[in-house]
Design a protein around this ligand. Structure first.
Ligand SMILES: NC(=O)c1ccc[n+]([C@@H]2O[C@H](COP(=O)([O-])OP(=O)(O)OC[C@H]3O[C@@H](n4cnc5c(N)ncnc54)[C@H](O)[C@@H]3O)[C@@H](O)[C@H]2O)c1
Length: 287
């Protein structure tokens, strides 16, 4: 059976950890050549090596892709190494602080604008000339917080709201060049961000994840990667400007209904990927 991304070249930003690692490995399993992109401190080389060891094709690009220069270099890396670019996944993002707005730091706000908003702008801008040639596509990470907001990290919800409207506008604008643009909106996913021990969430927020989610659990990085795979593949040839929520129903939920979830929904699937960096994600401010 033909692999679903056979012959495609993909850049995955934030590919060293969490959901990004799963996207890189899923795409490589489906035949894509992957540029695993992240901050120099992220385990991007490690993820690229693991893909190669498993028989896939990947290289690492280590750099802060919130600058135009690094975004251009990242796209150049894909084209120099693999001859073209078919898919850009704007997955990079940060979640540095949980606080009431009256106490929220300007530093964390600026950090999110740089890493959640500007990264998607400069990477999309740099990639488009190549995507025009291949009739490729962009999928960006929105969030349920970008649709309904999030208390105690209200600026984060705002940065994800930017992604939702930015990508919808881009979908309409870029159809004339044959480029599709879509959004994946994760709910609470089992990465560093949603654990008290590895991210900024307090115990109340962590508890409310299960209570407010109709399916009664976090999603796995692989469950999110599955939806990226569909949207990035030719199977989604008539899908553009769409938002696919991968959220266990939390965006629609009206209250703490997770405790009532059916036990079959609460059981995590085993999955097929060997994910080494699910909880290695970047949760503090890097100077
Ligand atoms: N985990 C969740 O519950 C959740 C929910 C909704 C949306 N999301 C979105 O999914 C995406 C991935 O989140 P995750 O939970 O896997 O977090 P993560 O911290 O594991 O992954 C994000 C990666 O992006 C990298 N990154 C950030 N800014 C960068 C930059 N300027 N240059 C290079 N690399 C950069 C980080 O270093 C990190 O490796 C984010 O965009 C996030 O907003 C996550």
């Amino acid at each position: 059976m033909k692999k679903r991304l056979e012959g495609k070249v993909a850049i995955v930003t934030g590919g060293g950890s969490g959901i990004g690692e799963a996207i890189c490995k899923k795409f490589a399993n489906e035949g894509a050549k992957v540029v695993v992109t992240g901050f120099p401190e992220d385990p991007v080389k490690n993820v690229a090596n693991e893909i190669q060891e498993a028989g896939g094709t990947a290289i690492a690009f280590a750099g802060d892709i919130s600058t135009e220069e690094n975004a251009r270099r990242c796209v150049e890396t894909a084209v120099t190494e693999y001859g073209k670019l078919d898919i850009l996944i704007n997955n990079a993002g940060v979640f540095p602080e949980v606080n009431l707005l009256q106490d929220y730091s300007e530093e964390a706000f600026d950090y999110m604008i740089k890493n959640n908003v500007k990264t998607a702008f400069v990477m999309s801008k740099a990639a488009l000339p190549e995507l025009h040639k291949t009739k490729g596509n962009i999928v960006s990470a929105g969030s349920e917080a970008g649709v309904i907001g999030i208390a105690q990290n209200t600026p984060y919800g705002g940065t994800k709201g930017f992604i939702h409207s930015f990508m919808r506008g881009l979908a309409v604008e870029q159809a004339q060049f044959g480029v599709r643009c879509n959004i994946v909106g994760p709910g609470p996913i089992d990465t560093a961000w949603t654990h008290e021990s590895t991210g900024p969430m307090d115990s109340k927020m962590v508890k409310s994840i299960k209570q407010a989610t109709p399916m009664g659990r976090r999603g796995t990085p692989e469950e999110v990667a599955n939806v990226y795979l569909f949207l990035a593949s030719d199977e989604a040839s008539y899908v553009t400007g769409a938002t696919y929520m991968v959220d266990g129903g939390i965006t629609l939920a009206k209250g703490p209904v997770g405790e009532e979830a059916d036990s079959s929904m609460k059981k995590e699937p085993e999955g097929e990927l060997e994910l080494e960096h699910s909880k290695d994600g970047h949760t503090s401010i890097r100077k």
